[in-house]
Design a protein around this ligand. Sequence first.
Ligand code: SF4
Length: 101
Amino acid sequence: MWAVFVLALMGGLLGLGLAYAADLLKVEADPRIEGVRERLPGYDCGACSYPGCSAFAEAIVEGDVKDLKLCKPGNNTHYDAIVDYLNDNRNPDGSKITVKK
Ligand code: SF4
């Protein structure tokens, strides 16, 4: 009977510890990455040389991509939407992410 109680108590404590650690160590993603990803074609084809649209969107937001035409399936509708979105959603210091279209 004591063994069951001790195991249940240990399980509960370890569960609480894991939940606390997950909350403490979570990494907040920049919400603009999702905003840019939503404006990409969404084919996940890799033609941009990134493993998918999410990785390309992250690279754009981090300023590693200077030319949106790297996304070959994209067109001016996509590029204009991304540039407009980035103009409306600047960096925390007020600077703008500049990309060519
Ligand atoms: S080329 Fe465009 S559609 Fe293809 S993975 Fe890259 S961002 Fe997505």
